[in-house]
Design a protein around this ligand. Structure first.
Ligand code: C2E
Ligand code: CA
Ligand code: CA
Length: 673
């Protein structure tokens, strides 16, 4: 029990002595402090020591007055110079620990050596010299105590060793005055130690505060780092497309604004190209979203590789990209080259390859462009034009677009407030069997009599209705009007009805469309749906899906305006077609030496090969008809037989025998819608 208490007292004492020294920061500070104090400590001790040498030179033996002081001085000089050399070195934790041990040993050995040497001189001198010895030892002990105070363990050991030594010496010698002097020295050391201990505590507090400050600073820095990283991330999320890593629409608009402002105040050129990928929705549906993503990634990769340093590319919508360029890098031919390079190679998928289609619009900042937004609108408009016309995948915005845009703006406005039932009607244009002059079918054509704009061509308002998102409502309303008119028609007269791209890409529309036939008890076999190549090609898979549903219901399918769009024979073969309608542009002034002649001839041959019918559109003159006859045309449509006419005029025409003109009187129908 008693032993345990002793052990715990001893360990508590030891802990008190060296406790703080275990803290590496404290040990480091002690190290630095002692480094600075040591030369002064040696100087003071050597000064006291050499003072004793001088006064004892003639009385004490040489070994005490020269040998030992010289050895100690040499040792002190060696230590000081070693300290100077390592002054700038930052010690490792291991070096600090070994220095601590070394300092402890020295703190026992040094005062012992000094005290033993001083006391060895003591017997040689008279009372004054003896007083000098005692006084020097006491002063040196005090100096050591002061110098080592921030190394408390060492200071204590030092004080204990030195004071006990000379107290014991005088006590044993029975020298009363000096024994008391030594006792007083011990008491004064304890007192000084207690006072200095407060400084030592402040020293520790200072180190801890410093450490806390450092830690807080580090935490603050880390937090600032994290905040910076977070704000960088936020910026990235807000400005870059997560999939392709390209700048997103927001970032693009900001860049566009900046570039546009630059162009306004300088003579620099600014070009903007916007392009859209065809069929991405179908790719997602058929191959999965992952494949769609891979394709977008591939396009972005090719775009990065192909663009010049002056270009800025962005993904501005799901399947829409934009390329912005200051200078000449994106003038029309270069833009065409860039796009061709981007899309010439098919995208390789694990199981197949996809040839991407695109439509692009290009615009340059003229002085007439009022804002960056207007510039973008123009590029998008040119792209829409490329989509509708199908021939050229890249369209540059020009004056004709400007006129069309202002008309479109008025149409869009009027369309938004239009009363569909009251303002829209249908007209019918007969399709005629050439050999019998009989009307085999009628094509239904939309008519809009706007109270604001007057008669508006369907070629103008249909694309706008598509963009405005109400083409389905409009188509269904027109179809209902056509079906109501068809109630009075002969049973064998077919109805040809135009469908647009948006109609085909809406599943709900196809269902509503079929329901309408049911409601009006119209035999689907009497219905022929006309779709253009452009309509089908833009999203071939999606269009095919809708077409198959219509075909399953018994509806026939015609490919309208054939020859003006992509003219892709592979697609013609892949579609379940019943008829192709040859565009009227090939018929204008047709004769054996016109290009149209060869085209119509081969299209007729193609339809024969495919076992489907062929209607030649836009026949206006007897000459055109007779050339078409020689080519073996069986069905035609055009002003020669009839312009599009109202439902009432058609009914009158049909009641008159449904036979138009004849070789003799085939003038355009008088009735016109
Ligand atoms: P389309 O389907 O090719 O329709 C034939 C167009 O050619 C009609 O123009 C018609 O009036 C015109 N046409 C017929 N015979 C001749 C001729 O001998 N000479 C000339 N120069 N033109 C002739 P329209 O009615 O202005 O329609 C233009 C286009 O608008 C249509 O071309 C069709 O693509 C679209 N469209 C018309 N109605 C609808 C509709 O209800 N839905 C959809 N989606 N599109 C429609
Ligand atoms: Ca048509
Ligand atoms: Ca047509």
């Amino acid at each position: 029990m008693g032993k345990t208490r002793k052990t715990s007292v001893a360990s508590a004492l030891l802990n008190w002595i060296v406790g703080e020294g275990r803290d590496l920061d404290v040990a480091r500070a002690q190290y630095r402090f002692i480094q600075r104090q040591t030369p002064f400590l040696y100087l003071m001790s050597l000064a006291g020591g050499w003072g004793l040498v001088v006064t004892h030179w003639s009385v004490a033996p040489l070994v005490l007055t020269l040998g030992l002081p010289l050895a100690v001085t040499a040792f002190a000089l060696f230590r000081v110079s070693a300290l100077r050399r390592s002054r700038d070195k930052v010690p490792t934790p291991d070096e600090i620990r070994s220095w601590q041990k070394q300092a402890m040993v020295l703190s026992i050995v040094s005062p012992a050596v000094f005290s033993v040497w001083g006391l060895a001189l003591f017997p040689y001198g008279g009372p004054y010299l003896q007083l000098q010895v005692v006084f020097t030892i006491a002063v040196v002990n005090f100096v050591v105590l002061f110098c080592l105070i921030h190394f408390r363990a060492v200071a204590i050991i030092n004080a204990i060793c030195a004071n006990s030594l000379y107290f014991l010496y005088f006590a044993i010698k029975g020298h009363q005055v000096f024994t008391f002097f030594a006792l007083y020295g011990i008491a004064a050391s304890i007192g000084a130690f207690l006072v200095l201990n407060n400084h030592y505590r402040d020293f520790l507090r200072l180190i801890r505060v410093g450490r806390d400050l450092k830690r807080h600073a580090a935490e603050l820095e880390q937090k600032q780092d994290e905040t910076q990283k977070l704000s960088d991330l936020n910026y990235h999320i807000a400005n870059y497309d997560h999939l392709t890593g390209l700048p997103n629409r927001r970032c693009f608009l900001a860049e566009l604004e900046t570039c546009f402002a630059r162009v306004q105040s300088s003579e620099e050129k600014l070009s903007l190209c916007v392009f859209d990928l065809g069929g991405l929705r179908s790719i997602n549906n058929i191959y999965g979203v992952k494949t769609g993503d891979d394709i977008l990634l591939e396009v972005a990769r090719r775009l990065r590789a192909g663009m010049s340093p002056a270009m800025f590319a962005a993904r501005i919508a799901g399947d829409e990209f934009a390329v912005l360029s200051m200078g000449d890098d994106l003038e029309i031919n270069r833009a065409a080259d860039l796009l061709r390079d981007l899309f010439s190679d098919a995208c390789l998928l694990p199981e197949s390859q996809i040839q991407l289609v695109y439509r692009a619009g290009l615009v340059q900042a003229y002085h007439t462009v009022g804002s960056a937004t207007e510039l973008l609108e123009r590029a998008v408009y040119a792209m829409q034009d490329a989509k509708q016309n199908g021939n050229n995948p890249l369209v540059a915005f020009g004056p004709r677009h400007l006129e069309k845009m202002s008309l479109n703006a008025r149409i869009t406005q009027a369309l938004a407030s239009a009363d569909i039932d009251a303002e829209f009607s249908v007209a019918f244009q007969p399709i005629v069997d050439v050999s019998s002059n009989r009307i085999t079918a009628v094509e239904c054509l939309a008519r809009w009599n706007s109270p604001v704009l007057g008669q508006v061509s369907p070629g103008d308002f249909i694309p706008i209705a598509e963009r405005a998102g109400f083409i389905n409502t409009l188509t269904l309303s027109l179809m209902e009007k056509a079906l109501l008119a068809a109630h009075s028609w002969p049973e064998d007269l077919k109805l040809s009805f135009n469908l647009s791209a948006s109609n085909l890409s809406s599943r709900g529309f196809v269902q509503d469309f079929l329901k309408l036939l049911e409601v009006h008890s119209f035999d689907p076999k009497r219905l022929n749906c006309e779709v253009t190549e452009t309509t089908v090609m833009w999203d071939f898979a999606e269009a095919c899906r809708a077409i198959n549903v219509l075909k399953e219901a018994g509806i026939r399918l015609s490919l309208d305006d054939f020859g003006t769009g992509y003219s892709s024979l592979s697609h013609v073969h892949r579609l379940p077609l019943d008829c192709i309608k040859v565009d009227r542009s090939f018929v204008r002034g047709i004769s054996p030496d016109t290009a149209g002649y060869g085209i119509v001839k081969s299209l007729l041959a193609l339809s024969r090969d495919m076992g489907i019918s062929c209607v030649v559109e836009g026949v206006e003159t007897e000459e055109e008809l007779s050339v078409l006859r020689t080519l073996g045309t069986s069905e035609v449509q055009g002003y020669l037989f009839s312009r599009p006419i109202s439902a009432g005029d058609l009914e009158a025409l049909l009641q008159g025998g449904a036979t138009l003109g004849g070789q003799t009187g085939r003038s355009p129908s008088a009735a016109s819608a």
